[in-house]
Design a protein around this ligand. Structure first.
Ligand SMILES: NC(=O)c1ccc[n+]([C@@H]2O[C@H](COP(=O)([O-])OP(=O)(O)OC[C@H]3O[C@@H](n4cnc5c(N)ncnc54)[C@H](OP(=O)(O)O)[C@@H]3O)[C@@H](O)[C@H]2O)c1
Length: 224
């Protein structure tokens, strides 16, 4: 379990039976059926904020809002060190107080353009081992200071992998569609140099929603 000072993190995404989340990186793939999409929207409504990487904004341009059920839409957050996020990205609706997390090195002009349309741009330190990635622990501390207590992370692959590698996932919920794709996987290069550093899920549950299975559990890195 994570500590209580940072938001609780739910990592959730849809994959094929073989672990693909996209046809190839940057080429979206609709995997979830109607029933599991409803469930995803219920999850969105149950979280204060929802986070994706800039790769997903540029390829899918998702709205990240709650449409298929009742409830409030979570506050959208984009990880974007180079401020490549288009001003017209659909998740940047001003009334949802969107956040773009970047580094202090990002263009001041671009920052002003985003702020002018109601985006909160926050500067986060970079990871010690990857200059272009934001330090996720530092990010979660800043989000906690903004009053965000629960965060849903929806992808894509690099973001999924970074949250798992940083061990900052409290709950994992994966929709598995009964299809084989042979495409781009959701989890990439998880282990790095630590060959025992992969999580097992405990208190696992699963449910069938339409033709999909939804598997959930709590990642535990302590088990051998
Ligand atoms: N099936 C699903 O449920 C699902 C859900 C979402 C997305 N997708 C798919 O996933 C694909 C996109 O995945 P992706 O890996 O290319 O992009 P991504 O994970 O959405 O975004 C990755 C980018 O975010 C930025 N970033 C900043 N800090 C980061 C950090 N600590 N860790 C990771 N990224 C960080 C980096 O760009 P900068 O260096 O420019 O900041 C990085 O390249 C698309 O094909 C999309 O369709 C599938």
């Amino acid at each position: 379990m994570g500590n209580t000072d940072r938001p609780r993190v739910t990592l959730t995404y849809a994959q094929s039976l073989d672990g693909s989340i996209a046809i190839r990186s940057g080429v979206p793939l609709a995997l979830s059926g109607t029933e599991s999409m409803h469930y995803t929207h219920q999850l969105r409504a149950a979280h204060d904020a929802i986070l994706i990487g800039i790769g997903t904004v540029l390829s899918d341009d998702p709205r990240l809002n709650v449409r298929l059920t009742s409830g409030l839409s979570p506050r959208p957050i984009v990880l974007d060190s180079g401020l490549r996020c288009p001003l017209r990205a659909r998740c940047l609706e001003a009334n949802r107080r969107p956040i773009v997390a970047t580094t202090a090195r990002a263009s001041a002009l671009r920052r002003h353009e985003l702020e002018a349309q109601g985006v909160t741009v926050i500067s986060i330190t970079s990871c010690s081992d990857n200059e272009s990635y934001l330090d996720l622990s530092a990010l979660l501390n800043v989000l906690a200071a903004q009053g965000i207590r629960s965060l849903m992370v929806e992808g894509g692959a690099r973001v999924i992998t970074s949250f798992l590698r940083a061990r900052l996932v409290d709950r994992l919920i994966i929709t598995i569609a009964p299809v084989l794709v042979g495409g781009a996987h959701g989890v990439i290069d998880l282990l790095g140099t630590d060959e025992s550093g992969f999580p097992r899920l405990r208190q696992t549950t699963w449910q069938q929603l339409g033709n999909d299975w939804v598997v959930a559990g709590f990642p535990d890195w302590s088990r051998p």
